[in-house]
Design a binder for this molecule. Sequence first.
Ligand SMILES: Nc1ncnc2c1ncn2[C@@H]1O[C@H](COP(=O)(O)OP(=O)(O)OP(=O)(O)O)[C@@H](O)[C@H]1O
Length: 454
Amino acid sequence: MPEKDPTETMRILIVDDNPETLEILQRQLCGAGYAAGVAPGVAEAIGKLEFHPVDLVITDMKMPQLNGLDLVRYIRENAADTEIMIMTAYPRIDNAIQSVKDGAEDYLTKPFTEAELFSAIERVREKLRLRRSVHADVTPPKSYGIIGQSAVMQSVYSLIDKAASTLVNVLISGESGTGKELVARAIHYGSDRASAPFVSVNCTAIPDTLIESELFGHVKGAFTGAKESRTGFFQVADGGTIFLDEIGDASPNLQGKLLRVLQNKEIHVVGSSRIRKVDTRVIAATHQDLRVLVQKGLFREDLFYRLVVIDIPVPPLRERQDDIMSLIHHFLSKFSKEMHRSVPEFTDNALQAIRNYSWPGNVRELENLIQRLVVVVDADTIDVIDLPPAMRANVPTKTWQARPLAEVELEHIERVLAEVGGNKTRAAEILGIDRKTLRQKLKRAGRETNFPED
Ligand SMILES: Nc1ncnc2c1ncn2[C@@H]1O[C@H](COP(=O)(O)OP(=O)(O)OP(=O)(O)O)[C@@H](O)[C@H]1O
């Protein structure tokens, strides 16, 4: 997809620990036609930027824990295409000048007028326009912060582009942990609704008795226990997007209610006689094959056809081997940064074992594994023995080489351990040595700590 022209809708993230400032600025910017989101601190801002890149970040300088300068440095290292503007009451004291040296575009001295704010943003917009026109031919395909450039993921990105530029309903299907919610967020944040809410609802988590109240809200006293009025998911997502996760598990009752709101685009708040129009875009996701559920009579056909205007299948990780390395790098650097440690490297054998693994839990499993390894392994290299037993079994057999006995012995021990799921007592039995000797051998090889106790 061609890079969005920043003269269309400029995406801005405002970062400030003062909720009032956030609210006022967001109102001013949205009122002037910018898509403005907010974050109450640097950590939250980084969390948002990771998945939803913006054109400009306007950040306060003084914030508890991490400050504006930390954010400037993060953005310069990780989001080169994003411009930054600093807000400060004391430019000289507050390191604002340093922040400009570190890569901020400009700083705004507080208090500033609306006109000053808009004219500073216009300067950034012009700069972006020029830069993007120069780079237009070489800009890599947009991937919405989703990692992976494999051919199958390229088709996913082009479907995201299509979905983001229309308002039709979308069905995302794929195994658990493949990134369906990430795709749904990419559609929302890539669309004109980016500055309105994205509301995620897990269809299995709504008790049947509360479906209407949860989806459409209720007024005070609507039923026993309704002590206060409650806003339903569809109202919260009005103008934005509602993400219906695990739609295949929706009860017949829930399916019926959803069908009605999709058909009529209106809701009935429980306990009120008023019918309310809602403008909510629906994106649904499922790990099941909805077509099969329809054939079996477990899912309403009419609802299925309403939902599936654009169908985005997200492939399992084992079908996109090319993406595994970039995902590993992404998660290694993310979690190492979080842990304030140097980025460890994998040995060739460990990488081979990882590549040969089938990843039933998909990207979520890979993410969890890398996080665990970054936390648990102190060494600079991660080896096969650090991996879970199911992966260790994938270590390739080496062709014969003249090697030290200790190395061959260790490799044999590791394979036996992998075979018995890391159970040291069982492994010692098979090896014909006692458990203490096994421990000593592993300790000597620096492999003592990282597999589960049996
Ligand atoms: N391509 C990707 N790049 C970066 N992170 C990813 C990618 N795919 C998935 N993830 C990460 O993996 C985790 C699982 O992703 P997500 O929740 O979107 O999966 P899902 O398919 O919706 O899972 P479920 O069906 O279990 O709800 C999240 O932490 C997400 O950020």
